[in-house]
Ligand binder design. Structure first.
Ligand code: S3P
Length: 441
């Protein structure tokens, strides 16, 4: 099977209404919380991508059944710590850092040993960030050099902790919250701001969790050992998938797009705030609140004369998965855009900050890098005509998406490898591009 695509024509003059993939963070959390609920939960519009399918496989291996009928997944939970396993098992989280980190939180009271593995990319990622707080809660957890495979054996001897989560990582915060569900007493997390779907979902489920918002952090209190009732949930669209179509429209000539029913939770819309600072006029319409999440249609138009941005670091966490594509806008904006403290980008599915610098240089953009800060010298007239080949060694889906959007907006002839990487988060990505009129071979 062909594993690459060729793009050799730009796209322009489109006016489309589209749907993007369902939210990956919410899909994974829905499944994990439903696996801990008492009774049958019903989830509609679940993202059917590899990361989410691996989450379904994981709960199945842990003894929780699920079925699918039409657009609805039913998950048959036995309540908190209701995993039903009698001998040591291995769970494969594939490419998903979120699944790998969050499931460990749910396993701190597991009666049998669980071994966690993942793909090549996940096997390079650091687990010390979750191993440390889980050990403090009392978990028996082992790994060599804080890398996968990680082995965890649950214990009855858990105690609540007060933990300062300073990275601004929702995966770490959520892992501790899920661990706290099985821990007696009140666990407190002083958490640097990060996406807050886990907290919102638990609140919507009437679980005793309290969130005190402070200036740069949230104080979160979780009372352990309460049951969650089975629930219904409809997953909204993913802003991280919408991001690529927003930028495609912004950088194409005479185009506009509506992206329907996307999650615009404040902890996720760093990209919109940054692009609007650069002169984009992205708007939200038909807003609705759904179980604590904010959902809207996104309206975007192409825009000439974008200007550079001095990106405030306080937006880093809410745009962390979008910087790759934001950098492409900076490459086409007038002036020097400045981004600071982006070290976390190098801890994702691939070393994205390093790769972004390489990518920008490849397309002829001047970039200055000092540790985790970068300055991008934009060129409003940037047009490409050469041949490019993108080799995506760790098969990072977002590197693939970025390359496609660059090819479709800047020109040149592009060979982009590892098209299967799209299956992590957005299996319909290429179909959606073709529907808009993109020529892809
Ligand atoms: C995610 C949190 C982010 C993000 C990842 C998904 C989540 O990671 O990069 O794609 O669903 O919790 P960190 O929490 O490690 O920053």
């Amino acid at each position: 099977m062909v594993k690459h695509i060729i793009i050799s024509e730009r796209i322009r003059n489109f006016n489309k209404k589209i749907k993007v993939a369902s939210d990956k963070s919410i899909s994974i959390r829905c499944i994990l919380l439903a696996s801990q609920a008492v009774g049958i939960s019903k989830i509609s519009n679940l993202l059917e991508s590899e990361d989410v399918l691996n989450t379904l496989k994981t709960i199945k291996k842990l003894g929780i059944n699920y079925t699918k009928h039409k657009n609805i997944y039913k998950i048959y939970g036995f309540g908190l710590n209701g995993f039903n396993i009698s001998k040591k098992i291995t769970i494969d989280a594939g490419n998903s850092g979120t699944l790998a980190r969050l499931i460990l939180g749910l396993l701190i009271k597991s009666k049998v040993k669980v071994r966690l593995i993942g793909d090549k990319s996940l096997s390079t990622r650091d687990f010390s960030r979750v191993i440390k707080p889980l050990k403090l809660l009392g978990a028996n957890i082992k790994s060599k050099n804080n890398l996968l495979p990680v082995e965890i054996l649950g214990t009855e001897f858990l105690r609540p902790i007060v933990y300062d989560e300073k990275i601004g990582s929702a995966q770490v915060k959520s892992c501790i919250i899920l661990g706290a569900l099985n821990t007696p007493g009140i666990t407190t997390i002083n958490s640097a701001k990060s996406r807050n779907h886990t907290e919102l979902m638990l609140k919507f489920l009437n679980y005793p969790i309290q969130i005190k918002k402070q200036k740069n952090k949230d104080k979160i209190f979780i009372k352990g050992l309460n049951q969650i009732k089975a629930f219904k949930y409809r997953v909204p669209g993913d802003i991280s998938s919408a991001a690529f179509f927003i930028v495609l429209t912004l950088l194409s000539n005479k185009s506009q797009m509506i992206i329907e029913k996307v999650n615009i939770n404040d902890s996720r819309i760093g990209i919109i705030k940054i692009l609007n600072k650069m002169g984009a006029e992205i708007k939200f319409k038909n807003r609705e609140l759904y179980n604590g999440e904010d959902i809207a249609d996104i309206y975007v138009k192409s825009k000439k004369n974008l200007k550079s941005v001095n990106c405030p670091s306080k937006l880093n966490s809410s745009a962390i998965d979008e910087f790759l594509i934001i950098f492409l806008v900076a490459a086409r904006a007038k002036g020097i855009s400045k981004f600071k403290n982006l070290g976390e980008m190098n801890k994702k599915e691939s070393k994205r900050l390093d790769l972004a610098v390489k990518f920008l240089k490849l397309i002829g953009i001047k970039v200055e890098r000092s540790n985790n800060d970068i300055n991008i010298h934009g060129n409003q007239n940037l047009v490409l005509s050469k041949n490019f080949e993108i080799k995506n060694f760790l098969k990072d889906h977002r590197i693939f998406f970025l390359s496609c959007i660059a090819a479709l907006t800047l020109g040149g002839k592009w060979k982009i490898n590892d098209k299967d990487s799209i299956n992590s988060s957005f299996p319909n990505f290429l179909k959606t591009l073709k529907m808009i009129g993109a020529k892809i071979n």
